[in-house]
Design a protein. Structure first.
Length: 256
């Protein structure tokens, strides 16, 4: 608990988590508000999923927040003081990941539910009620996904260490890399089905169930992952833990 308290103080003593957190919150809420404001009687937001259009951009902000929480310490040199106090390194790094993940979870829940509430207020005639488990997953599932993404971001920061490299990797991968994989002849589509962000999208889309029977029965399938929503979240969680474990292993070996 002392390590957790220490990491909390370090995290919130710099501007990065506040700036990234504000950006992620705005990225979730603003698209939902714009969608609701532009809705008309003939064009209402059809599903709860329409309130979460800003998820991908907000996810990038969370990944950046997590990676910068690590690289900023390497840049300033404060990480060395931490390792002097905790020579085994692993407890301190796990505590850091836990603190960042907790903040990301709260950020995701606050942003997702605010986005849904704003859309419901601005478009009261739209069918935005949380009537099913899939509807709840689309909104409430943002927090767990952000928490796991933060764990992954911490791992990336430990692996890369340099701010510029970490930022480049985190921005390029979610926004471009997975889509480019689909262009690989023959194997592209098969590989894409198992890439982490595509898989976790299956979880956040409620597996397509939330859209069934709405908007003329035209389901909006956002992911081609073969996994169900629950397994998709578990897969993404395992991926995040592997990245964190790889980062911790690199730190322990390099600094031994």
């Amino acid at each position: 608990m002392h390590l957790v308290a220490s990491e909390r103080i370090k995290l919130f003593s710099i501007a990065t988590p506040w700036a990234c957190g504000l950006f992620a919150f705005a990225a979730l809420v603003a698209p939902a508000a714009l969608t609701a404001l532009t809705a008309t009687e003939s064009r209402l937001p059809p599903t709860v999923a329409s309130t979460q259009f800003g998820f991908q951009l907000a996810l990038v902000a969370v990944l950046l927040l997590a990676a910068l929480a690590v690289t900023s310490e390497y840049h300033s040199g404060t990480i060395h003081s931490t390792f002097q106090a905790v020579p085994s390194r692993t407890p301190a790094l796990v505590a850091k990941a836990a603190v960042v993940a907790g903040y990301a979870f709260l950020l995701g829940e606050a942003g997702a539910f605010t986005a849904w509430l704003v859309a419901r207020v601005l478009a009261p005639d739209a069918d935005l009620a949380l009537d099913s488990a899939a509807d709840w997953t689309i909104v409430a599932g943002t927090g767990p996904v952000f928490a796991l993404a933060a764990v992954c971001g911490v791992g990336v920061g430990l692996l890369v260490r340099h701010t510029a490299g970490a930022v480049a990797l985190i921005v390029v991968y979610p926004l471009m890399a997975e889509n480019f994989v689909q262009l690989i002849p023959r194997a592209g589509q098969a590989i894409h089905r198992w890439l982490p962000l595509n898989v976790v999208t299956k979880f956040l889309s409620g597996g397509g169930e939330a859209n069934a029977g709405r908007d003329g029965g035209n389901a909006a399938v956002l992911s081609d992952s073969p996994l169900g929503p629950g397994w998709a979240l578990a897969y993404f969680g395992a991926f995040a833990l592997v990245v964190l474990a790889a980062g911790i292993t690199k730190v322990r070996r390099r600094d031994a």
